[in-house]
Design a protein around this ligand. Structure first.
Ligand SMILES: *[C@@H]1O[C@H](CO)[C@@H](O)[C@H](O)[C@H]1NC(C)=O
Length: 381
């Protein structure tokens, strides 16, 4: 029997030197093996949270990348109407030079540009892509090509090449394309179809862009042309777009087009009520340029002067002089369930309604509308 008072003679037992060292060495190795598994993750967590802290406190741009100067240009270019031209309407072969020049000049330098067009027949689309890709100074046949501009879009009649396109044009050096799709403004949006009381098939073209200069910046551009006859169709079209765009993929969305809708009309109100910001209204007046109205027709003496072409941006868009204040977010009309404003800052820097009349003729019956946004990624997760 061994009780507590009986010393157990362990110490007395001699341990050979080499055994002693081996035993302690093994313990040490085991200890480091265990802790090694923890050290790396701990260092990583410390590093990441430090980075994150710096990011949030100082808004360190290094991690979130540069902001993107995005210029959106929209124009209904008037279809190539050689059969029954309106009074004073010139043929496309004459109109296209100024039409393309306007696009080229207004999307040329310093921007990541996206061009949304309406009423574009396939032959016009090819003319435009060719024209935009011609090297400066070598226009016409035999010009060399940059092959920089490209597009996504389909003809609305058959979903391939027939009928008018609402194409979205961009330079391939500016963006990766994450997604592209077309849907019809009708009860059956997935197939070529005419909706409600519309006179014609109507489509929405959508591209999801990822910036090449800052891959953290991703956004959608929607481009559409509402029916000119159907009052119900225009209302339903607005509602369908709102429903489709809602939480489309978690990225901010822009919407361009010819809506055949004036600011007092119901389809306009459906969009504003859903949080869309009309760039024409959002802009600080000192940063806006050009005409007041967007539709002119071709008869200079009898211009209808209505506002039916728009560029819409996300609900949290700020104007230059009125930046969003902390705590203001809740009052915004945020139709997304996702809080985009936490991840992106979008500031509307410029807005303009450009001229469509030069040298004695209109190159289209609509004026181009342009808006420039500064998009900044404001947070990683
Ligand atoms: C559009 O997306 C499809 C895949 O859904 C792809 O095959 C096609 O190349 C894309 N087109 C453009 C212009 O990016």
């Amino acid at each position: 029997m061994v009780d507590e008072t009986t010393p157990i003679n362990l110490v007395a037992r001699p341990i050979p030197q080499d055994t002693y060292y081996i035993a302690h060495g093994k313990q040490r190795i085991l200890f480091f093996k265990k802790i090694r598994l923890l050290i790396l993750p701990i260092i990583l967590i410390l590093l990441v949270s430090y980075k994150f802290h710096v990011t949030r406190s100082r808004n360190a741009l290094a991690l979130l990348g540069p902001s993107l100067s995005l210029r959106l240009y929209t124009n209904n270019i008037r279809f190539d109407n050689f059969k029954y031209p309106d009074n004073y309407e010139q043929p496309w072969s004459k109109r296209r030079v100024q039409s393309i020049n306007s696009m080229e000049f207004n999307t040329g330098i310093g921007y990541a540009s996206v061009i949304c067009l309406q009423e574009v027949l396939q032959n016009q689309l090819y003319d435009i892509i060719r024209g935009l890709n011609e090297e400066e100074g070598v226009r016409g046949d035999g010009g060399s090509f940059k092959n920089e501009w490209t597009y996504y879009g389909v003809g609305r009649t058959d979903g391939v090449s027939e009928g008018e396109f609402a194409p979205i044009l961009y330079k391939s050096r500016d963006f990766f394309i994450l997604e592209n799709t077309t849907f019809w403004l009708s009860e059956t949006p997935d197939v070529p179809s005419r909706g409600w009381d519309a006179a014609l098939e109507r489509i929405v073209t959508m591209v999801t862009f990822q910036s090449k200069i800052n891959p953290l910046i991703k956004f959608n551009v929607f481009n559409t042309h509402f029916d000119h006859r159907g009052r119900l169709a225009r209302k339903k079209s607005s509602q369908l777009i709102v429903d489709k765009m809602k939480n489309y993929n978690g990225y901010p969305s822009f919407l361009c087009g010819d809506f055949n809708t004036e600011p007092d009309d119901e389809p306009y109100k459906i969009l504003t009520k859903s949080g869309f910001k009309d760039s024409r209204v959002t802009i600080d007046k000192k940063f806006s340029y050009g005409h007041k109205t967007t539709f002119t027709g071709f008869d200079l003496k009898n211009e209808p002067n209505s506002i039916i072409d728009y560029i819409w941006s996300p609900y949290f868009t700020e104007s230059v002089s009125r930046e969003r204040k902390h705590g203001e977010d809740k009052e915004m009309n945020n139709f997304y369930d996702l809080d985009h404003h936490l991840y992106y800052k979008v500031v509307l820097k410029q807005f303009g309604i450009l001229s469509n009349y030069f040298n004695g003729f209109h190159y289209s019956d609509h004026r181009p509308v342009v808006a420039t946004y500064e998009m900044t990624r404001s947070r990683l997760f």
